[in-house]
Design a binder for this molecule. Structure first.
Ligand code: GRF
Length: 216
């Protein structure tokens, strides 16, 4: 039985580009009646495709270019200011191509969630599909995790896995993984909206009432 939650959680989504994960989340919130509200979509690139989509959906959008700030921290502080007025419960990184400073991570401690296109802790950083093919793993996937100051690291909330096929290219892997990413991220948003997600005493994620296993 899903938990009934009287107060919808407030979600703020950060993107840099296409925004297909963001779209999947928005659509899940709307079509599945999740107890969640998207308070804004913010991009560090004004030309992000996802920003125009969100705007067309009637969602508050903002573009804040990192180029207008002299340092990573100055940009992050400006972002913190914009986000704080919106008072989100969670900040969802969905293809946000910026490394967040410790200041930002500490400010929203335990409330930042990211999706990374690999089975962490394997293949942090960029070009994850190339990295997977280069070492010949037989399973690849994606990870939704809480963000810590260490890049692509932090308590794992959910993973999705796909087999690597003999003929796979980085592009083919990315394409096959994308719908799994959407599925995993929207399930995590559902769990967050039902307030089932917590950390145990060892800092691992527990999802109340859910027997977690990788999505395939
Ligand atoms: C996804 O593969 C996500 O895992 C990674 O960046 C990509 C963003 O795609 N962090 P989209 O913008 O959500 O379509």
């Amino acid at each position: 039985m899903p938990h009934q939650c009287p107060t919808p959680i407030r979600l703020l989504i950060l993107i840099s580009g296409r925004g297909s994960n963001m779209q999947a989340i928005v659509q899940a919130v709307r079509s599945e009646g999740l107890s969640a509200e998207i308070c804004a979509v913010i991009s560090n690139r004004a030309d992000a495709q996802g920003l125009a989509w969100a705007h067309d959906q009637g969602i508050a959008t903002l573009s804040l270019s990192h180029r207008d700030y002299e340092s990573r921290e100055a940009f992050d502080r400006a972002l913190i200011e914009r986000i704080d007025v919106l008072a989100p419960d969670y900040i969802l990184l969905a293809g946000f191509m910026r490394v967040l400073s410790p200041v930002f991570v500490a400010h929203f401690d335990g409330r930042i969630v990211n999706i990374h296109p690999s089975l962490l802790p394997a293949f942090p950083g960029l070009h994850t599909h190339e990295q997977a093919l280069a070492v010949g793993v037989q399973w690849h996937g994606c990870t939704v995790h809480f963000v810590t100051p260490v890049l692509d690291h932090g308590p794992i909330i959910a993973q999705g896995a796909i087999p690597v096929l003999a003929q796979d290219t980085p592009g083919a892997l990315a394409k096959r993984l994308l719908p799994i990413e959407h599925h995993v991220y929207t399930e995590v948003v559902r769990w967050l909206s039902e307030r089932r997600v917590s950390l145990d005493t060892q800092g691992r994620v527990q999802v109340q009432g859910v027997d977690r296993r990788a999505f395939t």
